[in-house]
Design a protein around this ligand. Structure first.
Ligand SMILES: *Cc1c(COP(=O)(O)O)cnc(C)c1O
Length: 357
């Protein structure tokens, strides 16, 4: 599908940052994509234009009631200089699931993917090629109708901005310490946990600050009702290896369905490594640990791809996983996924979309 859009090129191009010093999400490229939604006309005025502040009415509903959704994916520079995307259609599918939950009108997934392709073609020189680097893609929708009514807006803006990011592991992949959160809740069943919507993240800051101040990298979230069942770590899905079997919390109407999570499950099945989605209690993890059966633990998500867990802190318990070393399965998953994403390895699943330049 080739979609027609208005393109205005930036007169002055920014100097590209040094990939060594890049911080996540702090630098943006020369252009962005925008389109508008009105009740009468649907999604209109798709355009690529110079990256710049957007003018929004102070009464815009997004500022007051957080009606917004976002996505996150990465573009990598392939060995032949092409741009590689990892399962981008899954991101726009999920964006529409988030849209539905927040009463935001759906986007045309194929069209938007083509808009993204055109934006990336224009910004191709912004896709870094150093080991571990990528161009982070942030599509998002905000409610723009000026109104203080507590109701879905009648107008919206969809944008895509791009940010070159450095390696998540400049010193190589290494396990982190995790604090199991016993009080604060990320999401509850029937809530918005399954949607990528802004409010879910700012509501986690208090717990994250507490964890950080105690020297932990991330929070492990338990279920919102009983504080018993494991849900996610930070903004990642979570996996454990117990007795050679990989287990991950089953989707329960509060966990965010990660595309990396789905890919990890599919890859493990392809390797004939047993993988099970089920309810897992923190008590079960502690019991497995005490019996010496907890072999590995890791998080999965677009930013880190795979993030090994070296320590879990829960109440008075400290669980040291695999002697704080990255486990074999964790390592293989990281290696294979990143090799497929960067085009270094064959993609037997057809997960990647290549943009030839
Ligand atoms: C985005 C996200 C994930 C990971 O999803 P990916 O598609 O793998 O990047 C997991 N949990 C939460 C809460 C998220 O927002």
């Amino acid at each position: 599908m080739e979609a027609t859009i208005a393109i205005t090129e930036a007169e002055h191009k920014k100097t590209k940052p040094d990939p060594e010093t890049l911080q996540f999400g702090k630098t943006f490229t020369d252009h962005m994509f925008t389109m508008e939604y009105t009740e009468e006309k649907g999604w209109i005025y798709p355009e690529i234009k110079p990256y710049a502040p957007v003018e929004i009415d102070p009464a815009a509903m997004v500022f007051h009631y957080s009606q917004s959704v976002f996505e996150g994916l990465k573009a990598y520079k392939g060995p032949e200089g092409d741009i590689i995307l990892f399962r981008p259609e899954e991101n726009f599918k999920r964006m529409n699931r988030s849209n539905r939950r927040l009463r935001i009108p759906p986007i045309n997934e194929e069209l938007v993917l083509d808009y993204l392709r055109q934006l990336l073609e224009l910004e191709k020189d912004w896709v870094p090629s150093a080991e571990g680097t990528s161009l982070y893609i942030r599509p998002f929708v905000i409610a723009t109708e000026p109104s203080l009514q507590v109701a879905p807006a009648r107008s919206y803006k969809f944008l895509i901005i791009l940010s070159p990011v450095g390696s998540y592991y400049p010193e190589g992949i290494h396990p982190v310490s995790i604090m199991v959160e016993d009080h604060f809740t990320r999401a509850a069943r029937g809530g918005t946990g399954t949607a990528k919507t802004g409010g879910n993240y700012s509501s986690g800051y208090t717990a994250q600050s507490k964890a950080s101040s105690e020297g932990h990298a991330q929070v492990l979230w338990l279920d919102g009702v009983e504080k018993k069942y494991i849900e996610e770590v930070g903004s990642m899905n979570v996996f454990f290896k117990i007795d050679g079997e990989i287990v991950t919390p089953e989707l329960n109407d509060s966990i965010l369905e990660g595309i990396t999570r789905k890919s990890v499950i599919e890859l493990l099945e392809y390797w004939n490594i047993p993988v099970v989605e089920k309810r897992i209690t923190m008590q079960e993890i502690l019991k497995a640990y005490d019996e010496g059966r907890l072999e590995e633990a890791f998080g999965s998500g677009t930013a880190a791809v795979i993030s090994p867990i070296g320590e879990l802190h829960w109440k008075e318990h400290t669980l040291i996983v695999n002697g704080r070393d990255t486990g074999e399965t964790t390592k293989s998953l990281y290696q294979t996924l990143t090799s497929i994403q960067t085009g270094k390895e064959d993609d037997p699943f057809n997960w990647t979309t290549k943009i030839k330049l």
